[in-house]
Design a protein around this ligand. Sequence first.
Ligand code: GLN
Length: 542
Amino acid sequence: RHVCCCTRQQRRLLNHFISQIPNTKHDPPHPSPPPPTAHLPSPPSTFTLAVKDNIAATSQPTTCASSFLATYHSPFEATIITQLRARGARLIGKTNLDEFGMGSHSTHSAAGPTGKTGETAVPYSAGGSSGGSAAAVAAGEVDLALGTDTGGSVRLPAAYCGVVGFKPSYGMVSRFGVVPYANSLDTVGFLAAATGTATGTGTGGGTGGGTGTRSGVERIREIIVGDNDGEGGKKWLAGLWQEHDPQDPTSLSVAARTRCAKQRVGYGSGDASKQRDHGEVLKGLKFGLPLEYNIAELEPGIRDAWAGAARILQDRYGALVVPVSLPTTKQALAAYYVIAPAEASSNLAKYDGIRYGQRDTDAASDAAGGVLYAASRGKGFGDEVKRRILLGSYTLSSEAMDNYFIRAQRVRRLVRRDFNRVFALDNPLHERETFDLTELDESIAMEDKWGPEEVDFLLCPTAPTLAPRLADVMSQTPVDAYMNDVFTVPASLAGLPAISIPMSVSLGSEDVPTPGPRAAGLQLIGQYWDDARLLAVSDAVL
Ligand code: GLN
């Protein structure tokens, strides 16, 4: 017989408490409020979606391309997937990546490298770390793919695979259910084909699909900004910019979103960003070419294509193109490779084979003295992840902290200030700063700066080279691989929206085998929360 010493009143209370405890077998650990999109009418068409495997889905494992999480099934779904489902997405698969998002070629994966096969049989790097998502889009397997962009992981693969890759403003898109790499930099990003794909593609179609084509940028813009006119004047699609997620502490609050949107065009009605006439969208806009991006290592074909794009904007569309200076560009890459591994080393501490991650069962019987931790981590993580953990643990150690982490944070502030200085729009999150040269670190030379010239967008290449051959990537040093991110990390450090769109490159036959990759990425960077205009302008530039 069940013996209990509580009073009936106490027992009732106890039962009440017990009923509040989630049954972890079936319930997500953090029951979520219904997403704001839940009550929207059904979308007019469906589209196929692939998701980078560091974003949690319930239908398939979430491995982060790590042997540590080879058998991990998330009990809950990432908010972004739920939000996209409400907008007609049909998740058809997870995609390969560099383990936990650390890498630039999608080669550091427990599943093996992602290859992009060109017209010949020579496989080229698909870029990283969202290489699987970019390759899936480039192969026409999906209409839209999700990636994550911490320092360029959506833009770089987009450039290498000849597709569109968009990184929204930091804090706009929910990261709940996205496995963190470096929290202060991580954003969810979107990849889609540059040219039009039929709406409602794929088997199973959609409720009213097949109505014409739309470019990848247009599809992404509808998701971010919302479709205020809707097809046939029916408003059904709310923009993600409106959706604060209480489960993501870095998701911008509703009040801040409203404040930011008030300072920007393209959100809500009277939507100037929806101009269809490209000439009208681009006329009179000012584009800045950052001089510091014209580095010696820039492949000549990419430099020419960049200059060609600027010329077309000016001559054909009546935009203004001016040189600008972002003097902290050189230091940005070094700062990134201090800050990102530091945050990663802290984030990855939880994978120990006990709380998270696959346990090394051989070591389990000898659990004393941290053997279990060391053995599980030794087996679970790949080499690149271990390198980042060592790097991060060192730069955060008491003897190195001031020299590395603190200095890197200072550089990060300067990078942000560089951007705020060249954009005509203010950053709604910061007070307008007066630019005081005396405050700067002396090592950051300022003498030869141009400007300040105030511009609407920055125009630059996404990466200094075309996609390298996978065979060459394998023999690269880690520092060579980190160099690929030189043009993408500044916008990440400042939390700004940035997009890579394909630009074709004509090549000298000695440089690159023919046929080989001919698409490089043209990157446009906008001021914080200027995503709507950035997407409209990119669609016009395409
Ligand atoms: N290549 C960069 C890195 O390895 C960027 C990665 C990313 O954006 N996830 O850190």
